[in-house]
Every structure is written in C-alpha cells, then in structure tokens.
Design a protein around this ligand. Structure first.
Ligand code: PRP
Length: 179
C-alpha cells in the first residue's frame, strides 16, 4: 500500500465470499435450465467473476473491455468497447458481471450493444451498487452489496492502477501527495 493513502475496511474478504455464494445460488435457482452467457467487464469485474465462477460448474464465459476514458483524464459520457462482443449470442441471455454500478454509463452502453449484437435478454450482476442517483438507472438483477457513495478500492477496483488485488473492499482516502 502507498503509505500516504489510508483505506478504511468496508467489506471483509469473508463477507464477500459468503455473499458471492448467495448470489451464485440465486442465479442458479432462477436460471436452472437456461443457456446463459456470462460476460465479464474488464478489468474490474474479473475478481468477482472468478469468485462467482468458482461457485458454478461449467458455464459459457466471455470477457469484454470497456474504456471510460478517451485518451484524456476526463471520463467519457459514453464509454466505448475496447474489444469485440461474443459472436454467438443468438437470442441467448447474457449475464453481465461487473464490480460496481456507479453512474450506470458502462452497463447502459453495454446493454444496447448486446441487444444490437443479438442477445435475447441482458441481466446484470454486480458486486457493489453505489447508493446515489444513477445517471443511467438500470434495474440490477443481482447486487452483492449496496454501499455509500464513497471512493472504494479492492476486489477489482483500483486507484491509479493499485489496490485492485486486495481481497477486501475499503474506502480510500488518498494521501496528500496524490492530491
Ligand atoms: C469501473 C468499473 C465499472 C465502471 C462503473 O470501470 O469497473 O465497469 O467503472 O462505473 P459507471 O457505472 O459509472 O459506468 P473503469 O472504467 O474504472 O475501468 P476498469 O474496470 O478497467 O478499472
């Protein structure tokens, strides 16, 4: 950890593991006989997707890259795909896995792209949902935890490229030298 930053633990590794098992069980119950495509949003969604997949048997998995930055430090209003979507959607239900639902820009964009690409339906599964007014409100089908509108890191979420690999989620207060 950068010794000038401080991280206040919010969700322990154990609570994330236990909640992930519950969410996986909910998905398995609701989609017992469905041919789902699990689509992980990189990079942040990868640790949660790995944890979820650990709870299932064989599932159809894919990944997609999304960039919220257009070559500057300013977030784009409309994030863009940085890798192709799966080509075998053909009316199947896509379960989008991501680490956090914040403004909603990312999942809203993906939803449109997936339906255009032939998905029959799109559902969303996120580890975290911020308690705030979402610019693109979407009904999120599976939520690990609703959290306060604070800057969080860990379990996929980074700050300046670090803290993504923490096995817990915490609220970051950046050190003075980063500000
Ligand atoms: C983060 C996160 C989500 C998105 C959520 O991705 O992983 O995909 O932001 O925010 P939104 O609801 O406001 O769109 P980020 O663009 O930071 O990329 P990364 O996952 O590669 O770090």
């Amino acid at each position: 950890m950068n010794d000038a930053d401080s991280i206040k633990p919010l969700l322990s590794a154990e609570s994330i593991r236990a909640r992930t098992e519950e969410v996986a069980a909910e998905i398995a119950t609701r989609h017992a006989s469905d041919d789902l495509v699990f689509l992980t949003v990189l990079e942040g969604g990868a640790p949660f997707a790995r944890a979820l997949h650990g709870c299932f048997g064989t599932v159809s998995q894919a990944e997609v890259g999304v960039s919220s930055y257009g070559g500057s430090t300013q977030p784009l209003t409309h994030p863009v795909l940085t890798s192709p979507l799966p080509t075998n959607l053909n009316g199947r239900t896509v379960m989008v896995i991501d680490d956090i639902f914040d403004t909603g820009n990312t999942l809203s964009m993906l939803s449109g792209e997936l339906l255009t690409a032939g998905a029959g339906a799109v559902e969303y599964c996120v580890l975290l949902r911020k308690t705030r007014e979402h610019e693109h409100p979407l009904a999120i089908d599976y939520v690990g935890f609703d959290i306060p509108d604070e800057f969080v890191v860990g379990f996929g979420l980074d700050f300046d490229g670090v803290y993504r690999d923490l096995d817990y989620v915490g609220v970051l207060t950046p050190g003075a030298r980063r500000l």
